[in-house]
Design a protein around this ligand. Structure first.
Ligand code: AGP
Length: 616
């Protein structure tokens, strides 16, 4: 949510910043801007609209400076206008700042600054921050050379309530950036004669793979040849330099039309990566290196509590189903945003889990911290290495799905489902699951990548179906048991990228209200796996058919679905029960994707959304 890029080095900063912003655009795309240090000035270019609009303006102005900061915005305070776009200049023209997050006490700071003669041209909380830095900077005349901007930022942050990732430059110090974070991600890329700051590794991996993940409460001061990290309380920090393991190619379209499409087709590989090295030698259970709890600890646990947001929350619901079904351990699932405030009573021996692709979702992070504050171990299933949730959790499981750029989560979701299935297996084998059932389960999981490939092979057919239904006004997604969460996920995918109203329900629940929506323009997507509830689901389909509702059925190959009941059929291969949610997800991802494309929607940057939601 909002992307920051900063650069100091020997190359022209503007093109590096624009390239970085393009890679971060999925974090926010309301407006974008750069501030470049050149010839004793700070030149600012900023525009409402996409980074492409800014790129044209930057090219027109031929910026030549070798230091600068930039931003792509997801609006919180103030509408989408050029004036509200970042960077913001302090009213004395000395400081430029970009900011990701929300300053909660900005109104009282603004009142104070207005009293001191500072002026404001935007409605943002960020401009308040920039002017407060300028205020302290004006007073810091005795500070030793080279520390004046740093100390001004530090003093400012001591007065600020809220969350921030910021980067600031000062007109008097042409090769220096000071940045800080609290609640918003920020990384430092350590290059040869250059340093680069970014909200996400995607923006800097083309220049360096050596990174320092800043922690909350830390400030970093960078010049082309040096960097130093300290805390808001003025303590020095010894940096740990990590290596990014993926390459720039992983964050490029590589011939696909959209990142969402690419990521849907990357799912077999993502599933393989999630499983790699994680099965026991005897092939009967899963092993996880980073849980930091012994088998004995796990046996003490009498309940698991999962919390997450959006698609991750759907993965939690699948985890609930699989863990209760196979390990017979009770599981509760909460929205992270609710858990943090509702002061839920937890059992003495509960274990807390969060699921987050980005590892930066503020509601999920807050839920994790709340569980830890209550004294619970809190573990995470997370994709982004070094993210805040990955670092703050007491242990966890990395997904290794690779960078996910499309705002609509796809490969991260199925990878979370697979890891949930592996966790269910691990817990089940600690309890009542036999060796041979464990072996069958592991073989079932290992088949998942190939089964997903078989569903992907149907993409052309699913595209044709999508084109026939692309102009519908509403959709129902209906599934039972482990496929009820997939119905929710199908509905979320469709509405977030195509703006069609869609709802997910347990199939039998449909007759208690949603059936009123049924019309020729409101088709139902039914998940109809072969199994114990097959006949019940067929009855629900008959109820829709009787009301002239169109049906798209996702059906197990070889199934004996009555002829003519479904208007469209998409086949999924027969598979182990633990893999069913994964193979059933792929058709609804493809259906949503192709519907959005047919409606000419901006699939990777849907309106009003941002990939990683770092504000409440
Ligand atoms: C998924 O398609 C969504 N864009 C969104 O619901 C997302 O899953 C949610 O914001 C949680 O993100 P996280 O997994 O990065 O924490």
């Amino acid at each position: 949510m909002c992307g920051i890029v900063g650069y100091v080095g020997t190359q022209k900063a503007a093109s590096i910043l624009i390239e970085g912003l393009k890679r971060l655009e999925y974090r926010g795309y309301d407006s974008a801007g750069v501030a470049i240090q050149q010839e004793g000035r700070i030149d600012v270019a900023k525009k409402a609209g996409r980074v492409e609009v800014l790129a044209k303006e930057v090219a027109r102005r031929h910026f030549s400076g070798t230091a600068g900061i930039s931003h792509t915005r997801w609006a919180t305070h103030g509408g989408v206008t050029d004036a509200n776009a970042h960077p913001h200049l302090s009213s004395d023209g000395k400081i430029a700042i970009v900011h990701n997050g929300v300053i909660e006490n900005y109104l009282s700071i603004k009142k104070f600054l207005l009293g001191k003669g500072y002026a404001f041209v935007s409605e943002t909380d960020t401009e308040v921050l920039g002017n407060l830095i300028a205020y302290h900077y004006a007073k810091e005349t005795d500070t030793k050379p080279g520390s004046r901007l740093l100390e001004s930022v530090r003093k400012t942050l001591r007065h600020v309530e809220g969350t921030y990732g910021i980067a600031a430059i000062c007109i008097d110090s042409p090769s220096e950036i000071v940045a800080a974070r609290k609640g918003s991600p920020l990384l430092l890329g350590v290059g040869e004669g250059e340093h680069i700051l970014a909200s996400d590794a995607a923006a800097l991996v083309s220049r360096t793979r050596n990174v320092v993940y800043l922690k909350d409460g830390e400030l970093v001061q960078i010049t082309p040849d040096s960097f130093s990290i300290s805390t808001v309380d003025s303590l020095e920090v010894s940096p740990v330099i990590d290596q990014i393991t993926w390459s720039i190619k992983d964050a490029e379209l590589s011939g696909y039309a959209h990142f969402m499409e690419k990521e849907i087709f990357e799912q077999p590989a993502a599933l393989e990566n999630a499983m790699r090295g994680r099965f026991s030698e005897d092939g009967s259970t899963a092993n996880f290196g980073g849980l930091n709890l012994s088998a004995t600890d796990f046996r003490q646990i009498d309940r698991l509590v999962f919390a997450s947001c959006g698609t991750g929350w759907h993965a939690c619901l699948v985890a609930e189903h699989l863990i209760e079904r196979f390990a017979r351990v009770p599981v509760e699932v909460d929205y992270a945003s609710e858990f943090r405030y509702r002061n839920a009573p937890l059992d003495r021996d509960a274990l807390f889990f969060v699921i987050s692709q980005s590892g930066e979702t503020i509601d999920t992070l807050a839920a994790l911290r709340e569980a830890q504050r209550k004294g619970y171990k809190a573990l995470a299933i997370c994709n982004v290495v070094g993210s805040t949730i990955a670092r703050e959790s007491d242990g966890g499981i990395y997904q290794h799905a690779g960078p996910e750029i499309g705002v609509a989560s796809t490969k991260a979701f199925t990878s979370q489902l697979l890891i949930s299935a592996m966790l269910a297996l691990y817990l089940a084998r600690l309890r009542d699951m036999s060796y041979s059932d464990g072996v069958t389960y592991v073989q079932g999981l290992k088949a998942a990548p190939d089964l997903v490939r078989r569903v992907l092979d149907q993409a052309p057919r699913i595209k044709e179906i999508a084109q026939r239904y692309a102009q519908c006004s509403d959709f129902l997604f209906l599934g039972r048991l482990s496929l009820f969460p997939i119905a929710l996920e199908g509905a979320l995918k469709l509405k977030e990228i195509s703006y069609i109203h869609a709802e997910g329900y347990p199939a039998a629940e449909m007759k208690h209200g949603p059936i009123a929506l049924i019309s020729e323009r409101c088709p139902s997507v039914f998940f109809v796996p072969q199994g114990e509830l097959f006949n019940k689901i067929v009855s629900s389909m008959q109820e829709i058919k009787a009301r002239k509702g169109k049906i798209i059925a996702i059906v197990t190959e070889g199934s004996d679905l009555p002829a003519g009941l479904a208007d469209e059929t998409i086949w999924i291969p027969d598979c182990h029960e633990a893999v069913l949610p994964i193979v059933a997800t792929v058709p609804v991802q493809l259906l949503s994707y192709y519907i959005a494309v047919a409606r000419k929607c901006d699939v990777d940057k849907p309106r009003n959304l941002a990939k990683s939601v770092t504000v409440e």
